[in-house]
Design a protein around this ligand. Sequence first.
Ligand SMILES: O=P(O)(O)OC[C@H]1O[C@H](OP(=O)(O)OP(=O)(O)O)[C@H](O)[C@@H]1O
Ligand SMILES: [Mg+2]
Length: 176
Amino acid sequence: MMAGDAPELSAQERAGRPFPVSWDQFHRDCRALTWRLNEVGPFHAVIAITRGGLVPAAIVARELGVRVIDTVCIASYDHDKQGELQVLKGISEQAMKLGGGTGKGLLIVDDLVDTGKTGKLVREMLPDAHFATVYAKPKGRPLVDTFITEVSQDTWIFFPWDTALSYHPPLRDGAA
Ligand SMILES: O=P(O)(O)OC[C@H]1O[C@H](OP(=O)(O)OP(=O)(O)O)[C@H](O)[C@@H]1O
Ligand SMILES: [Mg+2]
């Protein structure tokens, strides 16, 4: 950054609108997602995009009675700044076989799509798989087959595993 330049804003700061999600709300949204997925399946296996996809994948797999769960491990956001995507672990040979090499009958699960970069990369690995997320922002939405709630691109979703209950001052004391 050059002297005098405005500091670079993170994706979260750019987003502006906070959307906090409680465990209870997340569980209900995941259950709602499984109602929709139940119409599309059955699925041979669930592929969770780590780490955010692990929690919805556990709930979805439990509801749909799927016991084979694999992971594709991707690192991109360093907290809230997106860098180059790095595949730390690909899909297992066993899960690939179950999906006939193209992902047919496999269910990819993630917590959300934002720009769609992560989803696009995994779709390229498994072009015939079904891709489900709990939340979707407009840029990533076309990549997703099934989701529950769309939020605006300038929303930042705060997941329950990233947050904690804390004191909030009363409005009259100057809280925004
Ligand atoms: O649509 P995109 O713009 O690619 O963003 C969506 C991805 O970003 C988050 O994961 P992140 O990379 O932060 O890793 P994490 O799941 O380990 O928190 C989220 O869980 C999605 O996987
Ligand atoms: Mg993720």
